[in-house]
Design a protein around this ligand. Structure first.
Ligand code: ZN
Length: 402
């Protein structure tokens, strides 16, 4: 029942499912990613076949307009991701014959958020369940965005709670630097920098923790390429501080430069801004054209202009590396997926597809009343409400209200 609508598109979930079943005729259960494809294919079929009721159709039209507006910005992000895919395919994949993940990466980036089912949650908010997502937060603008949203949802309430419940709790934004790292040394340097940060928090002096006023930290590491081709590895950190923080002592203990800025009024908006700064989209520097950089006075090359050997060094240095870490009171805070869980309660109303540089929304079929009935012999305008006499016999039409 699922395979029927599978188009020849090799990226469509129906096709993936069909191919897998063909290659594994005796399998008794589906592996995770194929099961996901199966569910996505089912959603698609459902969304195509569905007849929307009158009330649903009006809501669906509104949601379609909202989704199409979102689609404009999303299409720009898709264009960036596809440029990344092209770069990897042309310059990197030929050097990485033995690395299957890397060879298949362009295909995954191109499949990312290409087709999906549009649905309404019980609270009438809408969502798109994408058939495929690349999961590459370091390359894909949408993944980076979702990561940033997850971090905001998880940490803003906790930071507000710390400020509210602490005696004199202050929030700082810090950038901790180190000298630029020579090519070939990125892998070690990235790990050494986090070790150094942890050691800083644990450092002891006179029988107590030297920076015991730092009660929690959320830290992200960035590793752009500097103008000289060396790696500019640094940490962006949000620090929760109880009382006064001795900046000079902190800088002395870190040994290299530390920029420190207090978030004076930690409102939801201010914290959101701070967290956006913390996990800003690394692909900006990936794809942004050089003019923008040149205007800023920096000649650092964007990722798509990196020499392939540099890109490979960066890729392997980041493989399996958690770039965002938390400590102290911010440790082990749960980050949940947006709208995770209750997909069963979602009513699927249509499909979304990326074609020819833009996103297109197709709604499920409108209620029968709105379908132009050309066979009708009545004189009403096409699409207008039909005369009761043309209704099929039967109990289909509820009695009019009093
Ligand atoms: Zn992606």
């Amino acid at each position: 029942m699922i395979g029927a609508a599978a188009a020849a598109d090799p990226l469509s979930p129906g096709y993936q499912l069909g191919r897998w079943l063909y290659l594994h005729p005796n399998a008794r259960r589906l592996p995770g990613h194929i099961e996901q494809a199966a569910r996505a294919a089912e959603r698609h079929q459902l969304a195509r076949r569905i007849h929307l009721s009158q009330a649903r159709y009006e809501l669906a039209q509104k949601i379609k307009a909202l989704e199409e507006a979102d689609g404009l910005a999303r299409a720009e992000r898709r264009a960036i991701e596809r440029r990344v895919a092209d770069y990897i395919e042309q310059h990197i994949a030929p050097l990485a014959e033995g690395d299957r993940t890397l060879r298949e990466l362009p295909e995954h980036l191109r499949a990312c958020r290409t087709t999906g089912a549009l649905g309404i949650r019980p609270d009438q908010s809408h969502l798109v369940a994408w058939d495929a997502k690349c999961g590459q937060a370091k390359l894909c603008p949408d993944e980076a965005r979702e990561e940033a949203h997850r971090i905001q949802r998880a940490y803003i309430p906790e930071l507000l709670r710390q400020v509210k419940e602490g005696r004199d709790t202050r929030i700082y934004y810090a950038v901790l630097t180190m000298p630029n790292v020579a090519p070939g040394k990125l892998h070690q340097a990235k790990r050494a920098m986090f070790r150094r940060f942890r050691a800083l928090l644990r450092k002891r002096a006179r029988g107590r923790r030297r920076f015991s006023e730092i009660t929690g930290a959320l830290v992200t590491q960035e590793d752009p390429m500097g103008a000289d081709g060396a790696w500019n590895v640094h940490l962006n950190a949000v620090l929760v501080v109880e009382g006064w923080l001795d900046y000079r002592e902190l800088r002395e203990a870190w040994h290299w430069n530390v920029e420190l800025k207090r978030v004076r009024a930690p409102t939801v908006e201010a914290l959101a801004r701070t967290l956006r700064e913390l996990v800003k989209y690394p692909v900006r520097m990936v794809a942004e054209k050089s003019q923008a950089k040149a205007a800023e006075g920096s000649a650092a090359p964007p990722m798509l202009e990196w020499a392939p050997t540099k890109w490979l060094e960066w890729w392997y240095a980041n493989k399996g590396f958690r770039r965002t870490r938390s400590y102290g009171c911010l440790y082990a805070i749960q980050q949940d997926e947006e709208g995770a869980g209750a997909l069963e309660d979602v009513e699927w109303i249509g499909t979304v597809a990326y074609r020819a540089g833009g996103y297109h929304v197709t709604l499920g079929r409108p209620p029968l009343d709105l379908i132009p009935d050309h066979k009708s012999t009545t004189s009403g305008a096409p699409g207008g409400p039909r005369e009761p006499t043309t209704d099929p016999p039967g109990p289909s039409r509820p009695a009019p209200p009093d």
